[in-house]
Design a protein. Structure first.
Length: 453
């Protein structure tokens, strides 16, 4: 087993640090493209069953116990902005202060989704309890974990709450701290042993992939806001979130049609997205250049295959030509093969280190030249939520606070047998009705492409 302590170093008494891996570094880079950015902040929320009746004191105590199991929720970014750090609390007062700073009770009556879109970047992670709507949500910096990791955090917190409900009152200061540093997450590249520089051959292959991605402008979302924003400072808010939920019958029909045609739901949705982008942009053809996160947890050894901390994914740098008369199913099959190549080839994990730096340099150069980059949607498939959220809840939802137009969040997942499509965007660039229309286009093209299921 790889020990986190082999990568984390005690830089001063009680303080442990490690450098960002390439994926974490690019996420942090996006966050600091502009001083007002709040990009890439994840919220995972659940609606508790009506029978739930947890006191504020129990919730706070459970949050402390979660820190013992997952100290990533108390990690912060180093002052040099080059990595993350964790400080072992030396006394009870530090824990009490941490609870006061990170646990929030909201009685405004807003839903978790409404609250999430107005949140700003936390120092590390925060917990919100909304008693009026029976919701709990974990709000965490994306440098510290990814979407699947946030689901695991929420689920383990719920486990702790359930167990505590049978134990009676527990003091928040009950746990002793110090040994939790063994639970600090190593990076993906440390886990899989990809820490060495690329060979010349692999570097050349990675460069071909990166250059192809950067030199093939993608067809993007075209909105009034994007045309007028230029280099105007980007506001912190408003962020936006549009969701389409399929019925159980529709979901069964989509999954059955995809299986019959030999494609995945993710590939089908990506094909529908490509057609919708062409339609919305008024184009008949173009390139769809997009990043697609590939969750590698299933390929990692225990315990990392169920680890909550760290970003355990790579990004597929895909460039696929698309036109209005492309065969939907054939195009989706091409997507399936492309993504499978990234998922199943260890060389692509090695490529990621080089590609992320190439992407950072490309964006920096474009900004310095005043080039307005095309808008894009980063499609992230979370699969079946119940794989990670096993505790009983009435609902689950995900949000990503987004501030630029270049990398809007597009999430695909199912919960309780219902397929959901979620787009997270920034209102400085996109009017809500345009995004709603775009989501409707995706749904329409999905139905048509699958021959109405």
């Amino acid at each position: 087993m790889v020990q986190a302590s082999l990568q984390w170093k005690e830089t001063e008494a009680g303080t442990w640090t490690r450098e960002f891996c390439p994926v974490e570094r690019i996420l942090h880079f996006f966050k600091h493209l502009d001083p007002t950015l709040t990009q890439w902040t994840v919220s995972s929320g659940v609606t508790l069953p009506e029978t739930s009746n947890y006191s504020i004191e129990t919730i706070k105590a459970a949050w402390v116990l979660l820190r013992k199991k997952h100290p990533i929720i108390a990690c912060t970014i180093t002052s040099e902005n080059t990595g993350m750090q964790y400080h072992i609390p030396a006394e009870e007062g530090e824990i009490i202060k941490w609870i006061e700073e990170t646990v929030h009770v909201d009685v405004s009556g807003k839903t978790g989704k409404e609250l999430a879109v107005s949140m700003t970047v936390p120092k590390s992670a925060e917990l919100y309890f909304l008693p009026k709507t029976r919701e709990l949500l974990v709000h965490i910096r994306h440098e510290l974990t990814d979407g699947a990791g946030s689901m695991i955090l929420v689920n383990n917190f719920l486990k702790i709450l359930r167990l505590m409900s049978t134990l009676g009152p527990v003091s928040p200061s009950t746990p002793s701290f110090g040994d939790e540093v063994d639970q600090l997450p190593p990076s993906l590249f440390h886990i899989v042993g990809e820490n060495e520089p690329l060979s010349n051959e692999l570097r050349q292959q990675a460069q071909k992939i990166g250059i192809k991605y950067l030199t093939n402008p993608s067809v993007g979302l075209k909105t009034r806001s994007l045309e007028i924003c230029g280099t105007v400072p980007i506001p912190i808010t408003p962020s936006g979130r549009v969701e389409h939920e399929f019925s159980e019958a529709e979901t069964i029909a989509v999954i059955s049609a995809c299986r019959a045609k030999g494609i995945t739901v993710t590939a089908a949705v990506m094909a529908a997205k490509a057609r919708a982008i062409l339609e919305q942009a008024g184009e008949s053809s173009g390139n769809l250049a997009t990043l697609v996160p590939i969750n590698l947890r299933d390929q990692l050894p225990a315990p990392y295959n169920a680890h909550a901390g760290g970003n355990l994914f790579i990004a597929a740098f895909t460039v696929l030509p698309v036109c209005t008369d492309s065969d939907f199913v054939s195009w989706a099959r091409d997507v399936k093969r492309e993504l499978a190549t990234w998922r199943c080839n260890r060389e692509y994990v090695a490529y990621t280190k080089f590609l992320m730096k190439l992407l950072e340099n490309g964006i920096t150069t474009a900004m310095q030249k005043g080039v307005l980059l095309p808008s894009g949607l980063v499609l992230s498939s979370l699969g079946v939520v119940e794989k990670y959220v096993t505790e009983p809840v009435d609902d689950y939802w995900l949000n990503l606070v987004v501030s630029t137009h270049t990398a809007n969040g597009f999430f695909v997942y199912t919960f309780k047998g219902r397929l959901r499509l979620v787009i997270c965007y920034n209102g400085a660039y996109y009017d809500r009705d345009r995004i709603e229309d775009f989501v409707s286009m995706i749904v329409c093209h999905l139905k048509e492409g699958l021959e109405k299921y």
